[in-house]
Design a protein around this ligand. Structure first.
Ligand code: PLP
Length: 439
């Protein structure tokens, strides 16, 4: 095994290998369709978006799909759709991107954080049950970094307490749980389709449901130009103006890209899956690291492997800090950073900040109990920054290149003792509030 690049040895990875990572994958048909939208001045229409919605709904086998200008607004529509209002509590995993839950604040609702399960990094079904109170209305599920959450257990809790389930599928386009698409288990699901996600079409989002009232409430809330679709009386009465005061129409340059992306996504997903599994298989048996992926031959899949992560066990590497470990990986040419989304329950906006000037912290302004007690300590979530690290997200299966990356990781693991001499430990804060742009 060669000398570590961090200590003056040769880099494991040769060149930049842009072809492995180029994202999103834009083809000629997309370019043509976008130009057509531009030339016809059809950016603000809804005809292309409606065709995209129809195809997306068919893929998922659901009745209704609503395109939005981003994933955050798809979630906002979903929360309004299921009727979240003042005093209602929703339960959300602490490890996720803020948009999974923050739109609830503007509806007067309260967010209660639950811990995550270290295996899946998704919400821990047992902790959901501990967080339920009289005013709990919904559970938010995030299939984190492509890994499907434990939907059997979650749906059982939801049924027992008559709670709504909102699936945030912004990481899990095409992910299967026991052979069934994530996003088809709950009452409603929402997807980000922005350029960094695995189903990437530009800025955009989509909301799916089989429930006509949820769909029509979402239209009423932020899609005034589609109020002619409303059929439910109490909603029709207020047609013409968006009840939320929001305009969430999807840009048709995005939905045009989406019409092409939906044709090629399955093939891209398969290639990513092959590449990522190849990478992790080459690292089998090494101490200190494990993949964040379902067991072999399970009926769980990783979809497009958005933001792939490894698990880190510092004890198996003589106590080496994850910060030094990732630094050594980067020196080898393996792009890697410690942590992922920081635990949301630690942020002051959920504990003390008075966003709307009500004289009280916004997250508990309308709550019937002080829920902050409930998320004082979420031990798994709090331990995660030092126990996970990002790994390269291979978009192409090029074995001889992927082997160089795996060699880089192996070299660092096998030479960990060298690194201990230079280890200064971890800084106080690891990871970021978002995954891609904060590092
Ligand atoms: C990206 C993301 C969103 C928000 O989507 P935008 O399109 O960026 O608004 C919501 N939830 C999760 C988990 C995400 O990663």
């Amino acid at each position: 095994m060669g000398k570590l690049a961090l200590l003056g040895g040769e880099k494991a990875v040769k060149g930049e290998n842009l072809e492995l990572f180029k994202w999103p994958i834009v083809n000629e048909e997309m370019e043509k369709k976008v130009l057509d939208v531009l030339r016809k001045g059809n950016m603000s229409g809804t005809d292309i978006t409606k065709e995209f919605e129809k195809q997306f709904a068919d893929w998922y086998g659901v009745k209704y799909a609503l395109g939005t200008n981003n994933g955050t607004s798809a979630l906002h529509c979903a929360f309004y759709g299921i009727g979240i209002g003042p005093g209602d509590e929703v339960i959300c995993p602490s490890i996720t991107y803020w948009a999974s839950c923050m739109p609830v604040l503007s509806l007067g609702g309260t967010i209660v954080f639950a811990d995550v399960d270290f295996n899946s990094l998704c919400i821990d079904p047992d902790d959901i049950e501990r967080k339920i109170g009289e005013n709990t209305k919904a559970i938010i599920v995030v299939h984190y970094c492509g890994y499907p959450a434990d939907m059997d257990k979650i749906m059982k809790v939801a049924e027992k307490y008559k709670l709504k389930v909102v699936e945030d599928c912004s990481h899990s386009h095409g992910t299967l749980y026991k052979g069934k698409l994530t996003g088809t288990f709950g009452d409603v699901s929402a997807f980000s389709l922005m350029s960094g996600k695995s189903f990437a079409i530009g800025e955009g989002g989509i909301m799916l449901t089989n429930d006509k009232e949820i769909y029509e409430r979402a239209i009423t809330f932020g899609h005034y130009q589609r109020h002619n679709e409303l059929t439910i009386d109490y909603l029709k009465k207020g047609a013409g103006l968006p009840w939320g005061g929001y305009k969430y129409r999807m840009h048709q340059m995005s939905s045009a890209v989406g019409l092409v992306q939906i044709k090629k996504y399955k093939k891209e997903m398969e290639e990513i899956d092959r590449a990522m599994n190849y990478f992790w298989d080459l690292l089998k048996g090494l101490p200190g690291i494990k993949p964040h992926r379902p067991p072999e031959n399970s009926s769980l899949t990783m979809g497009g492997w958005y933001n792939p992560l490894g698990k880190y066990n510092s004890e198996e590497l003589g106590g080496l800090s994850i910060t030094k470990f990732c630094e050594a990986l980067r020196a080898e040419g393996v792009d890697s950073f410690p942590g992922c989304n920081r635990p949301l329950h630690l942020h002051p906006v959920f504990k003390s900040i008075d966003v709307y000037g009500e004289g009280k912290p916004t997250n508990i302004a309308r709550a019937k109990r002080d829920v902050r007690e409930l998320f004082k300590s979420l031990p798994v979530s709090e331990s995660i920054p030092k126990r996970v690290f990002s790994v390269p997200w291979f978009k192409k299966f090029i074995p001889e290149k992927i082997e160089q990356y795996a060699y880089g990781v192996r070299k660092v693991v096998e030479n960990y003792e060298e690194l201990l001499k230079y280890d200064e430990g971890d800084p106080e804060e690891i990871g970021g509030w978002s995954l891609s742009f904060s590092r």
